[in-house]
Ligand binder design. Structure first.
Ligand SMILES: *Cc1c(COP(=O)(O)O)cnc(C)c1O
Length: 347
């Protein structure tokens, strides 16, 4: 909030951009006959363009998360929001962004596509966040700071008071990627949205909600940042099938909650089993649906798991993750198969 001014945060050409005005933007009410969008008129359920304003979805999550519908942006995965935030604010070859490390790879990829440097600041050795380390390196060219909580691939929640120190001191936008928040003991930082004009939360339907295939994620922030994302997205970034499916899933939370508790039980089972294996040097605590382990000759273990038909993620080359594998929590059966294979490989 340190003097955040959205007008100076935006790239000048985005500030001045007049967005494409679609047929559905210009008329969104009820009508007897729609002859304005050059669609095929014969009904098949998908012959009409989708709602570019995502009205029903935004209203639905607004009551679910107790915020205004104008606090929500829906994207083609939360990856779209990452990309748009960088493109909205960063001039190529001039501005830069910052992220914690190790963390999610898309921050760097989207920055590189826009021609923007990503500076990485190491987490502490226990993967906790140090506001001091970050504030020591930020400068006027930094437009965004990417934090991830629970962090991928380390699995830990970041400390809220450290995040708030950054929010208070930084003049750009702090993005807190909460892709895994549903697996944690925390409700995340939703209650800080009203307080900090420079906070953006990312949520996704790809993990706990079980919809990685539909490609849908959200940015949550104060109205003016959300309005910018709405202005620069593709007009029809969420297709009709995606909007329908997400709505249906939002209406079926009992099933999601049930799956969530099975995944958390699976995480406990894996934690116990992995911790009991002497050859595993470290099993990091997890508030997500994956577990990071440190193991001697991780690359060989990785290959041997593949030979057993089991694919995990090797995170060996990421900062602070030497010798680390990241294992997603699977079904009860899959978790047992993994543990049996690891026992065989390590014996
Ligand atoms: C999986 C993941 C996402 C999800 O991205 P989508 O584009 O919504 O599928 C976002 N952030 C992190 C850190 C992730 O691990």
């Amino acid at each position: 909030m340190g003097n955040f001014n959205i007008q100076s945060w935006l790239r000048p050409n985005i500030r001045d951009l007049k967005p494409y005005s679609s047929a559905r933007d210009e008329f969104s009410g009820e009508a007897l006959v729609f002859l304005d969008a050059n669609e095929n008129p014969y009904e098949n359920g998908l012959n009409r363009y989708p709602d570019p304003g995502h009205t029903v979805l935004r209203n639905t999550v607004s009551s679910l998360y107790k915020l205004d519908s104008r606090n929500f942006f829906f994207g083609n995965g939360s990856d779209e929001a990452i990309d748009l935030l960088i493109r909205a604010s960063c001039t190529a070859e001039v501005d830069s962004v910052l992220s914690i490390s190790p963390s999610y790879g898309m921050y760097g990829v989207c920055a590189a596509i826009q021609g923007v440097r990503l500076d990485k600041v190491l987490l502490n050795d226990d993967f906790s966040l140090s506001a001091e380390k970050i504030l020591a390196v930020i400068n006027k060219k930094h437009k965004l700071i990417f934090l991830c909580s629970p962090n991928n691939p380390t699995g830990n929640l970041l400390d809220q008071s450290e995040i708030e120190k950054i929010l208070n001191a930084f003049e750009g936008v702090v993005v807190v990627d909460e892709a895994y928040i549903e697996f944690s003991n925390s409700n995340g930082l939703l209650e800080l949205i009203a307080q900090y004009p420079n906070l953006v939360l990312l949520r996704t339907f790809s993990k706990a909600w079980g919809l990685a295939g539909v490609r849908c994620g959200m940015a949550i922030a104060q109205f003016d940042i959300i309005a910018v994302l709405m202005k620069i997205k593709y007009p029809y970034n969420l297709n009709t099938l995606t909007q329908k499916q997400v709505l249906e899933t939002l209406g079926n939370r009992a099933l999601i909650d049930q799956e969530l508790s099975r995944i958390l039980e699976g995480r406990e089972y894996l934690m116990k089993s992995l911790n009991s294996m002497a050859d595993i040097q470290k099993v990091y605590p997890s508030e997500a649906n994956f577990i990071l382990i440190k193991i001697e000759r991780a690359d060989i273990v990785y290959e041997k798991l593949i030979a057993e038909g089991i694919v995990v993620r090797i995170r060996n080359t990421q900062d602070l993750c030497q010798g680390c594998l990241r294992i997603s929590v699977g079904t009860e059966k899959e978790n047992q198969v993994l543990i049996a294979a690891l026992k065989k490989i390590l014996s």
